[in-house]
Design a protein around this ligand. Sequence first.
Ligand code: SF4
Ligand code: SF4
Length: 67
Amino acid sequence: MAKNWYPIIDYEKCIGCLSCVQFCPHGVYDIGENGKPVVVNPQNCVEFCMGCQKGACDNETITYFRG
Ligand code: SF4
Ligand code: SF4
């Protein structure tokens, strides 16, 4: 069953600073071929954490899927 809470990156807004990748201690992100973050382990994301959105990304690029 799919995880019901994980980040979604708006690639139109993402500047590829990778703060979110460095911030998340749960290995949710990896760096994609385009140098931008990719959600590779959504199942590791902590429900309602929002740490990467509030603590790392400052341009409203990260939202969350809620199942
Ligand atoms: S912190 Fe925000 S702008 Fe920076 S790489 Fe992550 S999603 Fe993109
Ligand atoms: S919400 Fe928390 S656990 Fe999920 S990717 Fe962001 S920092 Fe990691």
